[in-house]
Design a protein around this ligand. Structure first.
Ligand SMILES: Nc1ncnc2c1ncn2[C@@H]1O[C@H](COP(=O)(O)OP(=O)(O)OP(=O)(O)O)[C@@H](O)[C@H]1O
Length: 283
């Protein structure tokens, strides 16, 4: 078992993870088959997800993009075991999402950083570890490591209000990483930040993904963000929420920001835009 005192903790072992070379296909860890979800509301049923089928493999970076109300958050919450589909089958690590949630299979990052203002950054990151009963020494070690991973070493004793919005969001990513779950679910984590900060965080997130073995599910409204980050882009459309296109990225894993000016990047972005337009045309 890899513990936090092991140098492999949070890092890729050579030949494994997202940067692994050709070889055996990585296992599917999230499998959705014809998932349906209808909410019953006072105003009648809302068909939030219709016939959603998708495989997410270990080490994938999957973005969900689509107009407001197409079910991106609902699908992420289904994976997290926070909503229950009304039809179809969904497994996470071979278990039901609820079992996977209880087994702490994922870390979840919300749109707002959601840090407790009365706790320091270290105190916030430590919170899930306290709840899970890690020893004080293990808590301290893990907090130091994840803060280092998100480039916040030295900010442990600061309070959230002493950090910029981007730094707060990085702290919330550190909190989601603290218990070293294999899966990271991120619901529009950078939506409220300005373009430059967002670019920087996108770069850092890619580096973090390359250094760890995480499988990432990421909700966004931004086409460049989806194309820049993802190995797989899932385009969705509303009424009812469904998948209209799944694009396997042909971009290399190593992605400097100026890759966004390359014809390959622009071609993928066009395909996403076309998919989004087609979804709107159904309205
Ligand atoms: N708990 C709920 N009860 C009833 N309806 C809900 C609930 N949660 C979501 N919905 C509805 O389900 C549909 C999908 O919502 P969801 O939040 O998943 O969309 P989204 O694509 O994430 O939207 P956005 O981009 O605005 O965040 C919407 O019509 C929404 O109003």
């Amino acid at each position: 078992m890899v513990t936090s005192s092991d140098p492999r903790f949070f890092e890729n072992t050579p030949g494994e993870g997202p940067l692994a070379g050709p070889g055996a296909a990585p296992p599917t860890i999230i499998a959705a088959k014809s998932v349906d979800l209808t909410f019953q509301t006072g105003d009648g049923p809302v068909h939030a997800l219709k016939d959603v089928s998708l495989d997410i493999n270990k080490g994938d970076f999957v973005s969900f993009i689509g107009p407001s109300g197409c079910g991106k958050t609902t699908f992420l919450r289904c994976i997290a075991g926070l909503e229950t589909p009304t039809g179809g089958k969904l497994t996470v690590n071979g278990m039901s999402p609820e079992e996977a949630r209880k087994a702490r299979a994922y870390g979840y990052v919300f749109q707002a950083a959601g840090l407790y203002p009365w706790r320091t950054i270290g105190g916030n990151v430590k919170l899930p570890l306290e709840i899970m009963g890690f020893s004080k020494a293990e808590q301290a070690e893990r907090v130091a490591r994840v803060l280092d991973l998100v480039d916040l070493a030295g900010f442990e004793k600061k309070f959230p209000w002493q950090l910029s919005g981007g730094m707060q969001q990085r702290a919330s990513i550190a909190r989601a990483l603290a218990f070293d779950a294999d899966i990271l679910l991120m619901d529009e984590p950078f939506g409220a930040l300005d373009e430059i900060v967002r670019d920087h965080l996108n770069e850092q997130l890619l580096q973090l993904w390359a250094r760890t073995e995480k499988t990432i599910g990421f909700v966004t409204h931004s086409i460049p963000e989806a194309v820049y980050l993802s190995t797989k882009i899932v385009v969705m459309s509303p009424r009812p929420g469904r998948i209209t296109d799944v694009i396997e990225s042909t971009l290399p894993r190593e992605r400097p920001l100026d890759i966004r000016d390359t014809p390959e990047f622009i071609a993928i972005a066009h395909r996403v835009r076309d998919g989004l337009r087609a979804g709107h045309a159904d309205d």
